[in-house]
Write a protein that binds this ligand. Structure first.
Ligand SMILES: Cc1ncc(COP(=O)(O)O)c(C=O)c1O
Length: 430
């Protein structure tokens, strides 16, 4: 891999970064809430709406182009996730796809069947399963250790038994950056033939995804968290998708992936999705030489061109992570040295994303976030829908956490601005 990350090139791709706040450049440190959008994605969306914009399966050229675009969008996401195109379904967002998936799986469950979820997860991978309790399903929650913000894997494994039909787990925590040992959870679920559902919404920006290596049955993410527009995507293992009985209308085709895609899809969003994935592949081309790093191909019918794109995507994701990790380490170090700051997250040395959350004594998270916002530092505050975790941290009633979420376009200078600004807020009191 090329050792220097081309931050100048990357930043140039994002028109939003030109924005200023009271004369200071805006620093977008809210990637776990959604990334900024590169020009190529904006262009692809506009191009679709200007030049194509038709419904599918018609007898004229723009409709035929829309058919092709939808195929290409499925193929692009297949390269992002390491699967085949028919195993990809598009939807409104991850939450809606998961709700539908849970209702679909429910059709084959009986009262007394069990589902395991985790306390660390975003509500989007908890609520859809908790809803099933009203139909007699027993939902068990694997505990998070508030001292380390990590899952208790032994306790999780102990919850999985003969009656477990689904295990739903996050890939990484959008609140504190913990990266879970998903492969271990999947292995435990497979011992009892339970389905596995992985929420990769937060992880997708921070590292490559390989659903075959994970061996999960479902994995969901949202393209607006990875440079794309507001569409959700779901991987489903082919034989499981074929076996399940989705809540579909008679008008819906029975073939994959259409049987899991309801209504007219977000075509312009799918055009933007292809461009977002190409943007990541392009990062890989720039940072990994002509062939990119070795990586698993998408395989199957996808062919050689798509194998190359997959390799570039993997290289691009690794290059971005290698850029962000030292920034996150510096952020943790700098914040930890400020009197009154508590940084939350996994212990040093544990796998984590570049998302760093903290509290500052005597200030609520909204107060800190507002002051930073006034200085052009856009960070998030609150519970970020990781309700159970923030509750267990004892912060739910106190405004939650301040979250600084890095993306490939963030710089060391922006990190220093955050540290300095938090230091100044702290000084006003201590
Ligand atoms: C970890 C995680 N899971 C799920 C979601 C929900 O995603 P969506 O907005 O696509 O429904 C989010 C959104 O913030 C998230 O961070």
């Amino acid at each position: 891999m090329a050792d220097r990350f081309d931050l100048v090139y990357v930043r140039k791709q994002f028109p939003a970064l030109r924005r200023t706040v009271s004369g200071r450049p805006a620093a977008y440190l809210d990637s776990p809430g959604g990334t900024q959008t590169p020009q190529c994605v904006l262009d692809a969306i506009t191009r679709y709406l200007v030049d194509t914009n038709a419904n599918v399966h018609g007898q004229f050229v723009t409709s035929e182009e829309s058919d092709r675009l939808l195929d290409q969008a499925h193929a692009a996401v297949a390269d992002l996730l390491g699967c085949s195109a028919p195993e990809v379904a598009f939807g409104a967002n991850m939450t809606t796809l998961t709700l539908l998936l849970a209702q679909t799986i429910m059709r084959d469950l009986r009262p007394g069947d069990e589902i395991v979820i985790t306390e660390l997860d975003h509500e989007a991978n908890r609520g859809p399963w908790l809803h099933l309790a009203e139909r007699g399903v027993v939902v068990r929650e694997a505990p998070v250790d508030p001292a380390t913000c990590t899952l208790d894997y032994d306790a999780l494994e102990a919850l999985i038994g003969e009656r477990t039909k689904v295990v739903a787990v996050g890939y990484a925590s959008n609140a504190v950056g913990t990266v879970n040992d998903v492969a271990r959870v999947v292995r435990a679920a497979k011992q009892v033939d339970a389905l596995t559902v992985v929420d990769a919404v937060h992880w997708a920006l921070h590292g490559p995804i390989d659903v075959r290596a994970l061996d999960c049955d479902f994995l969901l993410c949202s393209m607006y968290k990875v440079f794309g527009p507001h569409v959700g995507v779901m991987y489903g293992r082919r034989r499981v998708l074929e076996r399940l009985r989705p809540l579909k209308l008679v008008t819906q085709e029975d073939e994959l992936p259409f049987r899991f895609e309801t209504g007219t899809l977000n075509h312009e969003g799918m055009a933007g999705t292809i461009a977002a994935i190409e943007f990541i592949a392009d990062l890989g081309r720039r940072h990994g030489g002509a062939e990119g790093e070795a990586g698993r191909g998408a395989g199957g019918e996808a062919g050689r061109a798509t194998d190359a794109r997959r390799r570039h995507i993997v290289t691009g994701m690794r290059a971005a992570d290698a850029h962000e990790q030292p920034l996150a380490a510096r952020l943790i170090e700098g914040l930890s040295e400020i009197r009154g700051v508590t940084v939350y997250g996994p212990p040093a040395g544990s796998p984590r994303t570049s998302t760093v959350s903290f509290t500052l004594d005597r200030f609520t998270a909204p107060e800190v976030a507002r002051t930073l916002g006034e200085r052009g530092l856009f960070v998030w505050d609150g519970h970020f829908f990781a309700l159970r975790l923030v509750d267990k941290l004892g912060l739910l009633e106190r405004g939650g956490l301040v979250r600084v979420g890095l993306a490939p376009y963030n710089s060391a200078e922006e990190v220093e601005r955050v540290i300095a600004a938090v230091g100044e807020i702290a000084k006003a009191i201590h």
